[in-house]
Design a protein around this ligand. Structure first.
Ligand code: FAD
Length: 690
């Protein structure tokens, strides 16, 4: 009976949450996320959650809040790790908070014996992550005003800051830099350095680890904290539900939320509520035997989803069966995989990241990032649960010695299960509390793809162009395979007639929980972007998109061809495309010929093939060769677009463009760089890079 009441409350909260979504959360102090709401409330908090963080901290006896602004889950993960460590090492009463769930106009009332930590990822062109937009606008706003109106308003606020960024982007770590600046300007006191993690250099994890120790020392000093022997304390309780079986209707077998459990989910479909979309069509784009690139058409006509040319689609992947098996096996849960369990937060501010009751199998298959690289800190946490003393010593060393960890682990592309297999020399790790995995592994993230179709041409069908991640690892028999792209490859194979697809020997539960994905479906949502064609089709466009970077430009060209067919005058449309060989991986070659029929000479595809001659030719070389024309088009206010590899290509294109501008306008290269900067600011230069 207790459960029934709970269910009704949960359902009520979902309805409230949904309503709040439609009203943009302005009517009540509830979040606009039906999913998060349901779980927070199941785990003990009361309905109609407050957006008052000070009140929340007082109520729950917390003296340290760790806010996160996260897009792909890493910042959220780091926030949880700080919370855990603050509690176990220093006895801080910590809580983690999603930035979008609170208001900030009473930050000035945060007492000085408390501390606020900010873990902030920078997204794309120096933008805040989706969940940090409102906070960012508030705190950096011109006329930010607080409840008490004192001056300087945040004098009592002690804060700690860490940023997650990528040095290949122009606005490196601008979120943490700007928030740090804004908080200090308002009188707040930063404790320790503002840390900056660099994904571009591949040192994010180590930057984080290197930053946090001096930060803890400074914080302990400031708050008079005493360090103690850190003992692991689980955040979640795992309760066996012996009266339930996987067939019981209330048991989640991978359904993302209550609506999905109970029937066909209704919109709004978003990052908390995917649409289970039929795949209308899929095919291979490469002719090379050893590599795959998938073209897929996702049908959104049965939903109220919409998109615009240049937007992104998110794919919600499923872990492969062999990796799920490997994981459950090494931690000794293989036999119990279908046991029904409830996961309960042991303290009110912790959120269970998936719906329960559920099974171990469903958690591991649908909700945890079990294939990602292992963090060194997690190795340190797991040392205590080693199968024997020798392994424990090795784990402790791996956890504490950066160089040793990198030498031992770096080259192997281990995921957590392979790591435990290797370090434990095959012994099972049955001592690790399951809670440690829920805390220590990121939740399985949707992957984004630049939509490769035009919404003018096919408003209800979204095209994806995805290259399959598969690479040979020295010293290992099986290749390393990316999570989402191999799942998509399996779906493609099934759609094309293979009843039991197994790309690279991997199998997937393609039918989904309770066969809900049967008939070739994939869970998706759409993310709107600012990567857009000019509203006037007469404006020239220059697009640079090698490899899968061509994805949005296929959409752009499709759209301009249609506009031409509809009688519009379409401006010059140049695509710089690069790949290895014309005969292997020239994406959409024949299709571009078709668009040429509509666009005539205004469409030009400039190609760079890197493996057709002894000299490697890339798109940036071709761009340079076309300096004169590019310079002229830019003076006619052409829009310039770059899509694809952020690490190298996008950067080099930026440099080449600055040179072109310098040359064509007779100014210095430094001035050329400045012009590119201004073009970016004016949206004349747009990037969609990853
Ligand atoms: P993952 O499993 O996520 O692995 C990705 C990489 O992480 C691996 O290649 C490897 O380098 C590293 N890695 C993962 N696990 C380990 C491990 N255990 N050890 C060591 N290293 C590891 N891609 C496209 O193909 N087409 C697009 O149009 C496209 N558009 C995008 C648009 C945006 C805005 C963004 C952010 C990304 C886009 N991507 C696109 C990339 C895409 O989102 C995925 O990142 C990509 O498809 C790989 O996903 P995956 O799940 O297969 O690989």
């Amino acid at each position: 009976a207790e459960l029934d009441t709970l269910d009704i409350i949960v359902l009520g909260v979902i309805l409230l949450g949904t309503l709040a979504y439609f009203t943009k959360g302005t009517l009540w102090g509830v979040t606009k996320d039906p999913y998060a709401n349901a779980f927070a409330n199941v785990s003990g908090a009361k309905a109609g959650r407050s957006r008052n963080i000070i009140e929340k901290m007082e109520e729950s006896g917390k003296n340290c809040v760790i806010f996160y602004g996260s897009q792909t889950g890493t910042a959220e993960d780091y926030a949880s790790r700080l919370a855990k460590e603050g509690k176990s090492r220093f006895g801080l009463e910590t809580m983690v908070a999603d930035l979008e769930e609170y208001d900030y106009d009473n930050l000035d009332t945060m007492p000085s014996d408390k501390v606020a930590m900010f873990v902030l990822a920078t997204y794309g062109e120096g933008e805040p992550t989706d969940n940090a937009v409102e906070f960012y606008e508030f705190i950096t706003g011109e006329d930010v005003s607080f409840s008490e109106g004192s001056d300087p308003p945040l004098e009592n606020l002690n804060f700690v800051a860490f940023g997650l960024g990528n040095n290949t982007y122009e606005h490196y770590n601008s979120m943490v830099r700007n928030v740090d600046k804004a908080l200090q300007k308002l009188g707040a006191h930063r404790i320790g350095e503002a840390g900056e993690g660099d994904d571009g250099a591949g040192t994010m994890e180590e930057d984080f680890l290197a930053w946090k120790d001096p930060m803890w020392a400074a914080l302990a000093d400031k708050m008079g904290l005493e360090e103690r022997e850190a003992v692991y304390e689980p955040t979640f309780d795992i309760v066996n539900r012996e009266n339930l079986t996987p067939e019981s209707p209330e048991v989640y077998l991978g359904e993302p939320n209550k609506m999905h459990l109970e029937g066909a989910a209704k919109g709004p479909f978003n990052s908390h509520n995917p649409y289970i979309a039929p795949i209308a069509e899929s095919r291979e784009l490469f002719s090379a035997k050893d590599r795959n690139c998938i073209h897929m058409e996702v049908d959104i006509s049965g939903s109220n989803l919409s998109y615009q040319t240049g937007d992104h689609i998110a794919i919600w992947p499923t872990n492969s069966g062999d990796e799920v098996d490997r994981f459950l096996d090494i931690i000794g849960l293989k036999e119990k995989r279908n046991y029904v369990i409830s996961v309960k937060a042991l303290e009110p501010t912790a959120k269970v990241p998936f719906p329960t009751p559920t099974t171990y199998d469903a958690i591991v298959r649908y909700h945890l990032e079990i294939c990602a690289p292992v963090s060194r800190q997690f190795a340190a946490t797991l040392a205590a649960f080693s199968p024997d003393e020798e392994v424990k010593a090795e784990m402790t060393r791996l956890g504490s010695d950066k160089q040793y960890f990198h030498d031992k682990i770096g080259p192997h592309f281990y995921n957590i299960a392979r790591f435990l297999e290797a370090v434990g020399k095959g012994q099972k790790w049955t001592n690790i509390p399951f809670s440690a995995f829920i805390e220590g592994l990121t939740k399985l993230q949707p992957r984004y793809y630049s939509i490769s179709s035009s919404s003018l041409v096919q408003p209800k069908k979204i095209s994806i162009t995805a290259v399959v991640e598969s690479r040979k690892i020295p010293g290992r028999n099986d290749p390393f395979n990316g999570v989402a792209t191999n799942y998509l490859l399996a779906l493609k194979q099934k759609q094309n007639g293979d009843p039991n697809p197994s790309p690279f020997g991997k199998t997937y539960a393609l039918n989904g929980p309770r066969n809900k994905f049967d008939g070739i479906h994939v869970p998706v949502h759409v993310r709107h972007s600012n990567f857009k064609l000019p509203s006037d089709p007469g404006k020239p466009v220059i697009m640079v998109g090698p490899g899968t970077g061509v994805a949005p430009f296929r959409g752009f060209i499709q759209e301009r061809a249609k506009q031409a067919q509809n009688g519009a005058t379409v401006g010059k449309t140049i695509l710089f495309f690069g790949c290895r060989k014309r005969s292997e991986d020239f994406l959409y070659e024949t299709e571009f010929e078709e668009y040429k029929k509509a666009l005539g000479d205004s469409l030009e595809i400039v190609t760079a093939f890197s493996r057709e001659s002894s000299k490697k030719v890339y798109v940036q070389h071709r761009l340079k060769e076309r300096s004169k024309e590019v310079g002229e088009l830019l003076s006619q206010k052409a829009c310039f677009y770059v899509c694809g590899d952020a690490a190298h290509m996008a950067r080099e294109v930026n440099t080449v463009l600055a040179q072109i501008l310098a040359e064509s306008r007779g100014v210095s290269e430094a001035k050329g760089e400045e012009i590119v900067k201004n073009m970016r600011a004016a949206n004349q230069y747009q990037e969609d890079v990853w």
